[in-house]
Design a protein around this ligand. Structure first.
Ligand code: FUL
Length: 553
């Protein structure tokens, strides 16, 4: 039976306010429902906080509401069935409790990783080889994988993914299954193995290794014969995943030119081999990690890790979709999965090295924008550094990466909130294990949280003295799910709380940049969350002007 709620909205508002501290679930559902009717602004006591009297235990006085309120709330009458409430509540509960696998969590913590695009294209000046290249052209004069690793490590990158085979089919290791490889090239007299050299250098330096093996192969004669080519491809995959020690990511590229012969890749078979041989490796474009949807280096402002998959083995999320994770996008939520985004972008216009691009290495400002829009938006940044014809990462790219590291170090050097006195409006079960100070204890395994259906809450930081900051860092304890949908940051200016930043999702990490703020007290409001928010870390930082940092010797 349908129970109808014809609640005038002013009642809802009063109710909602009264229950903000009392955790009334149905009212928060009414609010969600009403938000879908574009009445959201009226129902968030925080977004309109300036005009409302919202002291704890106080009352909502109509005259304090914004002038447009009467109009908006009249249009927000609706009926909500109990069934709908139950279904949506069920969806929220399930979505809020989807968690990463240990391999996904380990991958997410890498934050910043490198792509190395290297093949015959480096010597032909192409982006896509056609498979007819003579292996003799592959002859780097000074190849030094230790240089690649050093450059990446110094930049703070934690893994390197190498194109073991790109679309041209040339193999950077001496595969048993083809002669189209380094063994047919003059480099190291046909005795060379780039994958081996990189694997050794990574192991020595304590940095992880990932491999890219293009399914689309424009050289291999069996390509186009589904059964034969899949066998060939799987053999190559087995070689790579058996002979080079631990591999932590396998990158399956979905690209296939329009002229490609018709054939079906056995994605499920490929995934099974990775799981069998390298159980700790995440599979990109497979069950573990999705493409962010562009190659410019930008994750979404609202980047969820929980989504509803379809039944395809590959491409089971439409990766270009703007909204992948809102409750609406989750639909019936019957196949909810944890599916985080990787943001791949090249430091130069092309993926491969081209001498003409030596002066087109991305600017420091562009790289910083990319960093804040990828690592800072709940995504892992996969930055491509193409070795040149010597087999080295070019000086210009190295210099830019050193500058980037310098700026990031100078910025994240001191968390001004680390020793703050912290007060939270709500604490789960009033248990000190979940208290507000857990967000600034330097321990990512502890977190502040509230009771289950307390989905709005606030935490205040007394910094002890006036501090100037222009970057905020937030983290959710994603080990138990991703929940925050909206948050606001305000600073006390001596008389009022003034908003200086706001955002939607947080996830593993959220970074926000804003103009300098100088204040002694700051507060974070979680305005909307799926179940209770869990915040494991909060930081305030000061990023000095770029010029000041890179001119320092
Ligand atoms: C694409 C490829 O076609 C590009 O060459 C490059 O490897 C990029 C990372 O993925 O799909």
């Amino acid at each position: 039976m349908k129970t109808r709620f014809y609640l005038p909205v002013h009642l809802i508002v009063v109710f909602q306010f009264l229950v903000t501290t009392a955790n009334c679930e149905s009212i928060s559902f009414l609010r969600r429902h009403l938000q879908q009717l574009h009445a959201a602004e009226c129902f968030s006591p925080f977004t309109q906080g300036k005009q409302w009297k919202l002291t704890r235990g106080g009352n909502v006085i109509m005259s304090d509401l914004p002038a447009y309120f009467a109009v908006d709330y009249l249009s927000a009458y609706d009926e909500v069935s109990e069934d709908e409430i139950t279904a949506q509540k069920d969806l929220i509960r399930r979505a809020a409790n989807v968690t990463p696998s240990p391999r996904q969590l380990a991958w997410q913590r890498l934050e910043f990783i490198a792509f190395i695009h290297f093949t015959v294209n480096t010597f032909t000046d192409k982006e896509w080889g056609d498979g007819t290249e003579d292996p003799a052209i592959f002859n780097p004069t000074e190849l030094d994988a230790r240089q690649w690793v050093k450059v990446c490590k110094d930049a703070g990158m934690k893994m390197i993914i190498l194109t073991a085979k790109h679309h041209d089919g040339f193999c950077l290791w001496p595969s048993k299954y083809t002669d189209h490889s380094v063994k047919s090239s003059p480099w190291r007299n046909g005795e060379g193995d780039v994958v081996r050299e990189l694997a050794d250098a990574c192991r020595e330096a304590g940095i992880k290794l990932g491999l890219y093996l293009s399914p689309w192969d424009r050289h291999e004669p069996t390509y186009g014969d589904t059964a034969k080519y899949n066998e060939f491809y799987k053999n190559q995959l087995r070689e790579l995943l058996t002979n080079y020690g631990p591999i932590h990511e396998v990158w399956f590229d979905g690209a296939k030119g329009e002229d490609a012969k018709d054939m079906e890749y056995d994605w499920l078979g490929y995934y099974a081999i990775v799981r069998e041989l390298q159980p700790d490796a995440v599979i990109f474009n497979g069950p573990d990690v999705r493409w962010v949807g562009n190659e410019r280096g930008y994750a979404r402002q609202t980047e969820w890790n929980v989504m509803n998959r379809n039944d395809k083995p590959f491409d089971f999320i439409s990766q270009l979709q703007k909204d992948l994770g809102s409750l609406e996008a989750l639909g019936d939520g019957q196949n909810l999965i944890w599916y985080p985004a990787e943001t791949d972008v090249s430091i130069r216009p092309g993926w491969f090295y081209h001498p003409a691009e030596d002066k087109r290495v991305k600017s420091l400002k562009a790289l910083l924008d990319i960093y804040y829009s990828s690592v800072g938006r709940n995504s892992v940044l996969l930055l491509n550094l193409p070795p040149d014809r010597r087999g080295l990462i070019h000086e210009n790219d190295v210099k830019r990466l050193q500058e980037l590291r310098k700026v990031l170090n100078a910025t994240f050097n001191e968390n001004l909130a680390l020793h703050a006195v912290i007060n939270a409006s709500h604490i789960k079960g009033n248990d000190s294990r979940y208290a507000g100070n857990k967000v600034a204890d330097g321990n990512e395994n502890t977190y502040w949280t509230t009771d289950d259906w307390t989905t709005t809450a606030r935490i205040e930081f007394d910094l002890g003295k006036k501090c100037t900051f222009n970057v905020a860092e937030l983290a959710e304890h994603i080990r138990i799910g991703q929940r925050v949908e909206e948050f606001i940051l305000e600073a006390w200016d001596g008389a009022n709380w003034k908003e200086f930043a706001r955002g939607t999702t947080i996830g593993y990490k959220r970074l926000l940049r804003f103009n300098d703020v100088t204040a002694e007290r700051v507060r974070l409001t979680i305005a909307k969350s799926r179940l209770c928010p869990t915040i494991s870390s909060f930081g305030l930082y000061y990023a000095p002007p770029i010029q000041q940092i890179i001119s320092e010797k």
